[in-house]
Design a protein around this ligand. Sequence first.
Ligand SMILES: N[C@@H](CCC(=O)N[C@@H](CS)C(=O)NCC(=O)O)C(=O)O
Length: 310
Amino acid sequence: MRLSDPRTLHALMLYLLPVLVAWTGWGAAAAIVAVLLLALVGMVIRLRATMNPASARPRLHTISYSHYVEKVRWCLDHAGIDYEEVPNIGILGVLLLGRTVPVLELPASRTCVGNSAEILRLLWGLHGHELSRRAAFLQPTDEALALEQHLDRALGEQVRRWAYQRLFADSSLTLQLWGVKEPTIPGWQRVLLPLLQPVLRMAVRRMLRVTPESASRALERTRAVFDEMDARFADGRRYLLGDTLSFADITFASLGALAVLPTNYGGGRLATRFPAVESLSSPWREEVMAFRQRPSGQFILRMYARERCS
Ligand SMILES: N[C@@H](CCC(=O)N[C@@H](CS)C(=O)NCC(=O)O)C(=O)O
């Protein structure tokens, strides 16, 4: 959502039109003509964008700190696929456009795919053969698919609920992790963020059902998933499914990153890092330390240290 993007400008004009009509006192006929003209402009803009995409590179629409985004970003990086990241302020997309991230846009084939699991299937379909060895970890075996599905639901949603409850206790940290200092996020969004913060927090609390009670249940459920992963590592295996890296490992490391806060989240490309564990307030600090000390927490830190290239 860049102001220089004609689609954003068009959406803005749609929002402003009723204000203009009321302000200038246009009658119904003039208002109808204005609506029809704007609809026409919208059609031309969409048609031109479809016929002449600015670039053929895949575009990953993101919010910087989303753990589902990190899962896709990591897989793209690991497979060596060239792409452009299009970052936005957290939660704005769902409120204004009704869409969640990650979304992968393929301008060359005029395709957009959302939902991290579907994006990984698409990448395997497109690159599994062509990039053969580099993309081998994306192979959708039954075991890896089942584990990914379990982690997306049982870990992804719960760890996020608990992390938001802790994060919301510190409004400047919330602003930072929502991208107020990320230079790649459009400036107009970063200016609006502090003003919108109370509304965005309320929306997150409602949409994700974040309350002190639900957050402590979410922490328990997160611990239970880490218990399951600890049990897998008990036989000395290197990765969750044996001795070979799969997308299920990247799924666990990306989603579980909200519990262990590795320093190079985002492959080290994000301007704002997770806060140092020592600087967190209690009991958040102790909770993170406890996750880090488990075999599965150690695994996530190792994955970030060894496998998370940018
Ligand atoms: N199951 C989806 C979950 C996507 C999701 O919940 N994304 C969140 C970020 S973690 C989101 O889009 N939030 C609202 C926003 O971006 O505006 C996936 O795997 O991609």
